[in-house]
Design a protein around this ligand. Structure first.
Ligand code: SF4
Length: 335
């Protein structure tokens, strides 16, 4: 089916009514009439091709609620990717996430709808940098944040996500380790694991580094009683101003469990829409820092990806096998 021919017909309206209901608080009628035909066609193609879509928590709501089969943080997406019986995996997220899905599913077709969906953290380090670090610190284990290329994972001893980094560093029980590439996450983990000396790299998330302590103080002044939840990719002085620090999944759990009446999520702001849609009785203060890479994913691109089976993620076998060891070690230690 040519995407130009997509129209908001009564049939599309009927097929997508339940999704529309969940999204109504964050997507207006005009936008929905454009999105719904794509949602219906993508879901039809998924069935036809035995495909699933993995969507990160930072994905726009029309993708997150409309077409995703699995939503979550990097860890959950990686775990579900390892379990799937689908033949085709489409990653609605950024390139390193698609690579992670491919590492875990080397015999499946993994597609990324836009090859330019990168990440400032993943781009900040290479396998050659790790080789130099290993020369400088012989015998010191290398822990890589999941926001890295497959080559960097292959050159590391274990991967971590922001949700399990502390648990895994504690479980490693070593006096010293190298933690890369996120300097701020490394510092946060070091603050929670004082028994381990942590050597950090200088990578930063271009979205989370935009937040400042002054910004948090302004939000508190303008919205009295607001509960501030921050992602550990933020700078230490931002985390110090926050009420809770956690991964995207941990922030979601905090909102669901504690139900703070007024809340701000100090992270990529598409996530606020997604959590708000599931907690419409709460007041969300939206910070509006969008990740330009995550925003490259759109419904038309996902449809095109499934229609043309592009762009397929390929990883050299030796890299895939070594990267799998790092990811597998993370999944084992995070159980
Ligand atoms: S939000 Fe930051 S860490 Fe996440 S994909 Fe974008 S640049 Fe990378």
């Amino acid at each position: 089916m040519n995407s130009q021919a997509l129209a908001y017909t009564p049939e599309v309206e009927r097929e997508t009514a339940a999704i529309r209901e969940r999204l109504s608080i964050v997507v207006d009628e005009k936008k929905w009439r454009i999105a719904a035909p794509y949602v219906a066609e993508i879901n039809r193609l998924k069935r036809e091709k035995n495909a699933i879509i993995l969507a990160h928590n930072y994905q726009p709501s029309d993708i997150y609620f409309g077409v995703a089969d699995v939503t979550g943080d990097s860890l959950k997406l990686a775990q579900e990717a390892a379990k799937t019986t689908a033949d085709v995996i489409v990653q609605a997220g950024v390139y390193f996430m698609a690579e992670t899905a491919k590492v875990l599913n080397p015999h499946k077709t993994v597609l990324i709808p836009d090859m330019h969906a990168g990440c400032s953290l993943a781009d900040s380090i290479t396998a050659a940098d790790i080789a130099l670090l290993r020369q400088k610190y012989p015998g010191v284990p290398v822990v890589s944040y999941v926001n890295t290329s497959a080559e960097v994972k292959a050159a590391s001893d274990v991967c971590v996500t922001s949700g399990n980094a502390i648990k895994i560093v504690k479980a490693m029980n070593v006096p010293k380790l190298i933690f890369l590439p996120d300097e701020y996450l490394a510092k946060y983990v070091a603050s929670q694991c004082p028994e381990t000396e942590i050597i950090a790299w200088k990578g930063h998330c271009e979205v989370h580094e935009l937040f400042t302590p002054e910004y948090i103080r302004e939000i508190r002044a303008e919205h009295p009683g607001v509960v501030v939840l921050a992602h550990p990719e933020c700078a230490p002085d931002v985390l110090a101003e926050s009420d809770f620090v956690g991964s995207t999944a941990q922030m979601q759990d905090y909102v669901t469990d504690k139900h703070p009446p007024r809340v701000v999520l100090i992270t990529e702001c598409s996530m606020s829409d997604n959590v708000y849609a599931e907690n419409p009785d709460l007041e969300f203060i939206k910070p509006c820092q969008l990740c330009p890479h995550m925003q490259l994913m759109t419904l038309p691109k996902i449809l095109h990806s499934l229609q043309t089976m592009t762009h397929e993620v390929k990883i050299e076998k030796a890299i895939q096998e070594k990267a799998l060891l790092s990811i597998q070690k993370m999944l084992d230690l995070s159980k």
